[in-house]
Design a binder for this molecule. Structure first.
Ligand SMILES: [Zn+2]
Length: 235
């Protein structure tokens, strides 16, 4: 009798131990959240896919600098490549429309459509087209950002980039972001066209040809994009 009880108690003890083991057994792990690619892991622009368009290229030179004869397409490319690096360092994934002196088509509309296709196919969340301005009189100067009328997010982005360009470049003339009817701004994602300055203005032409100034322009555009992203996150 005694022996049987002790056997029962022993069995009960083992059962309790098993129940305890079950209670403290780790729950099945939740499915892991897929990790983002390493390049977008950190930085204020993590998760952003930004199309950077170096305006013109190939047979389309764009504006010509009055004194040096430099072509807009070359300066656009230099600033665009610096902008690519600045945005990438801040965590964005960047798609370039060109990284050399090329064009998709000699027909302007086809060329622009091919650039927009890159943004569509790449799933771009933002578009920045880089240009240099010119005017018939040499007096006009100052960087200016354009957006498509009626696109509220593009207007916000343009305002942030314009503000950063003024704060960081301290141009002689402070311009305001403006609505502009450019085909490259026709997607529904936030899109801006940045005229970095006037190649028809003697002082600004000198600045725009200077690699240090080009880097400051790129860095200001990047800072404007960061300001826009933190602003739209807060809304
Ligand atoms: Zn242009």
């Amino acid at each position: 009798m005694k022996k049987r009880w002790s056997r029962r108690l022993k069995a009960l003890g083992i059962a309790l131990l098993c129940a305890g083991a079950l209670a403290i057994a780790p729950r099945p792990a939740r499915p892991a959240v897929p990790a983002r690619p390493a390049q977008t892991e950190a930085g204020p622009l993590a998760g952003q896919v930004i199309l950077v368009d170096a305006g013109h290229g190939g047979t389309d030179g764009g504006a010509r600098a009055r004194d040096s004869g430099a072509l807009e397409k070359e300066l656009n490319l230099r600033v665009a490549l610096l902008l690519r690096d600045a945005l990438t360092q801040s965590g964005a994934q960047v798609i370039m429309t060109r990284e050399t002196d090329t064009q998709f088509s000699q027909q302007k509309r086809q060329d622009l459509n091919a650039r927009l296709d890159l943004a569509r196919e790449g799933g771009a969340s933002m578009l920045i087209s880089v240009h240099m301005n010119e005017y018939r009189t040499r007096r006009e100067s100052g960087p200016q950002v354009f957006y498509r009328q009626g696109q509220e997010q593009s207007r916000l982005l343009a305002g942030c980039v314009q503000e950063a360009l003024i704060a960081e470049l301290q141009p002689a003339k402070e311009r305001a972001a403006l609505a502009g009817d450019y085909f490259i701004l026709s997607l529904s994602i936030p899109s801006v066209l940045v005229e970095c300055g006037f190649l028809s203005n003697a002082a600004e032409e000198k600045l725009l040809l200077d690699p240090d100034y080009q880097a400051r322009v790129a860095s200001a555009i990047r800072d404007g994009v960061i300001a826009y992203v933190s602003l739209s996150d807060a809304l």
